[in-house]
Design a protein around this ligand. Structure first.
Ligand SMILES: [Mg+2]
Length: 248
């Protein structure tokens, strides 16, 4: 059975979140907060640490998408020094985050290989997205980076779906949005366990986008396909199709 659809992760797969560091540093500089850190790298490290913690709480259903944004701001500001953040109200924390996000929106970019890959695949495959995030947030992001038209409303996000990757149900919801069965569908993402292995376990074809080439060949399951750029995807899908044809 040939592959007829491809589902994508967004962050660090289509969308280059590397620009996050630049927008954070610009925002901290503007707010006069950058000199509280030993250097830009320390600020970025702390920001990622608090994101990990509170985004995890959102993904597990403990707090809402808006709350994780507010709590990231609060935690970050508190760690700058108790006086800077401990007494901040919810409203102040949300406003701080909104200011950061406004900076972020001006620097949003897709990876250079994203649009060319989608353009090549669009005539032959149904395309969609499965993301651990809020659907409104990701819709706006795809609009901002100019890729939304490839997916239309085939956009499944964990907040709306009620479970996050690597749970099988969210991948299956993605397949359903394409009107395809799992074995007719490929999933492409940058996180080996959450994306590629999760998709494989749900019965899809798992593709790991290893942009930084940190994969150790021995550690990758034989049934996970590895690509280093989205430019390789079309050929990798064709190769997988020809392998799965029965011997004549
Ligand atoms: Mg990702």
């Amino acid at each position: 059975m040939p592959i007829r659809g491809v589902l994508f992760d967004i962050d660090d797969t289509l969308f280059d979140s590397g620009s996050e560091a630049d927008s954070l540093l610009a925002y901290l500089r503007m707010r006069g907060l950058l000199d509280r850190f030993g250097g830009g790298a320390a600020a970025v490290r702390l920001w990622r640490e608090v994101r990990e913690r509170h985004y995890g709480r959102f993904l597990s259903g403990e707090i809402s998408f808006a709350s994780q944004q507010r709590e990231r701001a609060r935690d970050f500001l508190v760690r700058l020094g108790a006086s800077a953040g401990a007494g901040l109200s919810d409203r102040e924390c949300s406003a701080w985050f909104a200011g950061y996000q406004a900076h972020r929106h001006t620097t949003r970019t897709p990876f250079p290989d994203a649009e060319s890959a989608l353009k090549k695949l669009a005539p032959d495959f149904r395309l969609g997205v499965v993301s651990n995030s809020s659907v409104d947030h990701q819709r706006r992001k795809l609009d901002a980076i100019g890729l939304r038209s490839y997916f239309g409303d085939r956009l499944i996000c964990s907040d709306q779906h009620g479970a996050a990757k690597p749970e099988a149900s969210i991948f299956l919801a993605g397949c359903a949005s394409l009107g395809l069965r799992p074995h007719e569908t490929a999933y492409v993402g940058d996180d080996y366990e959450t994306d590629a292995v999760g998709a494989r376990r749900a019965g899809l074809h798992g593709f790991w986008l290893d942009r930084v080439n940190d994969g150790v060949a021995a550690a990758v399951d034989a049934d996970i396909r590895v690509i280093q750029s989205l430019n390789e995807l079309q050929a990798a899908l064709a190769a997988l199709d020809s392998e799965s044809q029965p011997e004549r």
